[in-house]
Ligand binder design. Sequence first.
Ligand SMILES: [Zn+2]
Ligand SMILES: [Zn+2]
Length: 254
Amino acid sequence: MKLTIIGCSGSFPGPDSPASCYVVEAEGFRMLLDFGNGSLGTLQRHIGLYDVDAICLSHLHGDHCLDLCAYHVVRTYSPQGPFPRVPVYAPADAPGRLAAAYGMPDEPGLETAFNFIALSPGTVDIGPFEVTSALMNHPVEAYGFRVAHGGRSMTYSGDTGETPELIRLAKDTDLFLCEASFQDQPNLPPDIHLSGRQAAEAAVRAGAGSLVLTHLVPWFDSSRIYEDAIRVGFDGPVTLARTGAAYDLGAAPA
Ligand SMILES: [Zn+2]
Ligand SMILES: [Zn+2]
């Protein structure tokens, strides 16, 4: 299983990265986790334009889902198309919300390109992956995802404030891709995002193997976020997400 960071900019695209988008790949199957604004462009540096096999949207804030509208154009109107519909696992409101964002009536909405499947907490098989979804702590219906393959796992927080659900989801995961939107300070707003410190504390509690800090908001200095995380003393490697970075999780030793 290989993870490639396409977009890691939090809340809006930055000068060096689109908003949230990640590719998880195994056995030739490519699944996107989130499809935030700007990510469709950068995605084409890493995989073919039509080579998306499944999409999971953590929630319906624009910085996690809006490029699905652009990708609808790609699959529906390409001179080589139309292409087969891609399954999109997303909150139940996604078909209506994204049709409205693109200016389409609810019928057919974006269904020419996508087969929407409503998320709920639990585990489903998507291609070669076992994907577990859990509700996070954010002002809208929002999910974190744990993706397992070949005895390895990675866990993505999506957007969340502190919650025991995140610790449960990331328990003993090999790679923990966790949002770190805030610089640490007293009286952080609750129930919306994490700081670098809170992300590292979650990694400690979950017993994660490594921590990748993401959803880095351009108005903050990400080296501060990294220092906030390092001070916690998590004993695995900690890195800041950057667009183009790839992590090979391989398969667990037999
Ligand atoms: Zn976000
Ligand atoms: Zn959000």
